[in-house]
Write a protein that binds this ligand. Structure first.
Ligand code: SF4
Ligand code: SF4
Length: 319
């Protein structure tokens, strides 16, 4: 059995909503089949007020073992590092998190706000928000770069806005069944199982990407990279392999990938003209190119794709 405590900081509850929709396994199966005992959760916990403070104090006093601390939302440190903008159970939430992080076996950050600060940390960041162990791409965040939990691991990051529910429940199962040390994590502490391939892997628009056929919102038969800022080729996530609702993904519905599993999210700090739009040099050349590719090589390949006859053109010509 593994005792799990879920707390929220500067959060919209989106990751909780996502978590409750998990299918493989479901939240109920976490409890009935995988021995996870949810000590408390802000949306489904039955305890209120003093009962919650008592539980937290019992954990800190060693009367209740904490195996998994899950945190959703940013660590709100304002004003001036006091954390009093986000009070919880009579104390700044950051004080609880600092102390609970010292006693938990494993520490899991869910969603972009908890992993790297997310939207609340966009400058000027009035709430002084940060992530558990990263601030955007820089390691450190609230707990510091050298933090490891009692179980010997740094904070395990499951990013996303929100994180896919099955990414969350499968990592919780790995912890509760004693297999978490077999799960490799990348430089940003993301489990490689879910965050190695790019979103583009499995996207039905890849042929259009290669042949440089432009698409648009909700429009079938085009790639969203060239005009509407799709970040599928530079975002590591399994959204086109482990589908959302077992059914679809943003790019399958012809909505651009926003790159929500990368520590730069929201990219360009929501600068005007940068959202759902491809940033370009001289209005022609994309400023960001697929990961691992040099700009010159990408521009060359895109140029060749543009002037080569596409499947659509060949099909029309053959009629
Ligand atoms: S850029 Fe986006 S829409 Fe185009 S193929 Fe890649 S993931 Fe699909
Ligand atoms: S498709 Fe992109 S923006 Fe959408 S959930 Fe996946 S990584 Fe995030």
């Amino acid at each position: 059995m593994a005792n799990l405590l879920w707390l929220q900081g500067g959060a919209c509850s989106g990751n909780t909503m996502s978590f409750l929709n998990a299918e493989e396994p479901t939240v109920v199966e976490l409890v009935t089949d995988f021995g996870i005992n949810i000590l408390w959760h802000p949306s489904i916990g039955l305890e209120i007020g003093q009962q919650v403070s008592d539980l937290l104090n019992d954990i800190l006093a060693g009367k209740v073992q904490l195996d998994i601390l899950v945190f959703e939302g940013s660590l709100v440190q304002g004003p001036n590092g006091t954390g009093t903008m986000n009070y919880f159970a009579d104390r700044p939430m950051i004080d609880w998190i600092r102390e609970l992080s010292a006693v938990t076996q494993y520490n899991v950050a869910i969603g972009d706000c908890a992993t790297w600060g997310g939207i609340p940390a966009v400058p000027p960041n009035p709430s002084e928000s940060t992530g558990m162990q990263f601030h955007k791409k820089v390691k450190g965040g609230f707990l510091g770069e050298n933090y490891v939990s009692k179980g010997g691991l740094p904070v395990i990051n499951i990013p996303g806005c929100p994180a896919h529910p099955d990414w969350v429940t499968q990592i919780l199962v790995a912890i509760s069944t004693g297999r978490i040390k077999d799960v490799l994590i990348d430089d940003y502490h993301r489990p490689k199982t879910f965050f190695t391939d790019f979103v583009q892997t499995g996207c039905p628009n890849v042929r259009n990407f290669i042949q440089k056929e432009d698409g648009g919102f909700g429009k079938r038969g085009g790639c969203l990279f060239y005009e509407v800022g799709c970040r599928g080729p530079m975002t590591r996530a399994s959204c086109n392999n482990i589908l959302w609702n077992r059914h679809s993904s943003k790019t399958r519905a012809n909505h651009p990938c926003l790159g929500c599993t990368e520590p730069g999210f929201p990219h360009n700090d929501l600068k005007k003209g940068s959202v759902l739009k491809t940033m370009k040099y001289l209005g022609v050349w994309p400023k960001e190119v697929p990961a691992g590719e040099s700009k010159l090589m990408y521009y060359f390949k895109a140029g060749v794709g543009k002037v080569s006859p596409s499947n659509k053109t060949l099909l029309e010509a053959s009629k």
